[in-house]
Ligand binder design. Sequence first.
Ligand SMILES: Cc1ncc(COP(=O)(O)O)c(C=O)c1O
Length: 444
Amino acid sequence: MAYNDFTMDNQWLPFTPNRSFRKDPRIFVGASGMHFTTHDGRQVIDGISSLWCVGAGHARAPINEAIKKQLDTLDYATAFQVSNDKAFRAADMIAAMAPGDLNKVLFCNSGSEAADTSLKVALAYHRARGEGHRTVFIGRERGYHGVGFGGMSVGGIPANRKAFGAAMLPRVDHMRFIHDPVNNAYIHNQEPVWQEDPLLELENRILPLHDPSNVAAIIVEPVAGSAGWYLAPKGYLKRLREICDKHGILLIFDEVITGFGRMGTNFGADFYGVVPDMLNFAKCVTNGVIPLGGVICRDKLYDAMMKTDAPEHVVEFFHGYTYSGHPVACAAAIATLDLYKQENLFARAGEMGKVLGDAFHSTLKGLPNVIGIRSLGLAAAVELAPIAGSPGKRAYDVFLDCFHKGSLVRPAGDVLVIAPPYIVEKSHIDTLVNTLADSIKKNA
Ligand SMILES: Cc1ncc(COP(=O)(O)O)c(C=O)c1O
């Protein structure tokens, strides 16, 4: 298939420099296992699980079969006032995988919707308990929680916020970023250890400023994925949990990336041994095949909202999406979660993460412009010195060059990330990392 088999005039591409894409289109027409096929018949390794989604690899028969069967059985049913069998079954499976009493699953369709849903649950929960004054949200610099107004407001990636300032939620603050480029530039399959306590700022400045009694929730990604795989300092999430408990603040983990195996465990919460009050998920829950997201809530949140004096015919939480718990998406989730289990893919992700980390550190450290490498779970990042006056350009050029050499890697600012499907083999990792090394040298 050639470029001119389709017009490029009508699709406005998301999070993509459209003008440059038109000159050098990158178009997939097929995928299987670890590879894509491009419009011009080339094979490209999916080094990023198609943006952290495709844990089990592409075109997995059990998932595809489950979807086809569901289409012929119950294609769709509204989610309001009625429901469907697959949504209940998927919720059971997800709750069984989640730690602690994270048992109540509110479905939506994406990570952005999960972020907004979790913030709304926080407000409604506090109000139901007579603490409706708790309306402050706290996120973190360079956090990413999608592109809805709620998620964008608690998010902290400057470019995502720049044009939309006037529409941000009021009463939102941000904790400092969790990267120490001086002492922790190179992190090899471990949690960074900090000399200072990065949460003192929260305790001593941010909470007193708003008064902790006004704070509804703190939302963080266990690992800052979209910013470029920045790792929480050792003990950080445990201490955040303690601070939240002390002040009656809800803790939300945005596990859209770290959920369902990326860390070698069910969730980042398991990896770090910390149970949040809400856990947001999307992406890998269906192997990326069909959009599905959700928020897993602790029992106490649901119970508080059900404890109402309103008559029983009245809705307790005025929130939901037309496609919440879509039967086809939930059938895909059931088959995906079964497949992860049958093939023991989360443990495999943990093992291959070590192989990936070793390859990054042994191959990329010392190359021109490399100023940091971070690996943990099945993901690794290499940070490059930016070109003066042109931030992001060096990593973008490396990304393009890797693509042309047959490897899909992800640029994030001046960081390049590799986060392959859990089925990855050492030979794929070698190809991906060697390609990255060649491109880094070429763009020095
Ligand atoms: C942590 C996190 N939250 C939310 C989102 C947004 O998800 P979506 O693009 O499905 O809306 C992402 C997307 O990468 C993410 O990484």
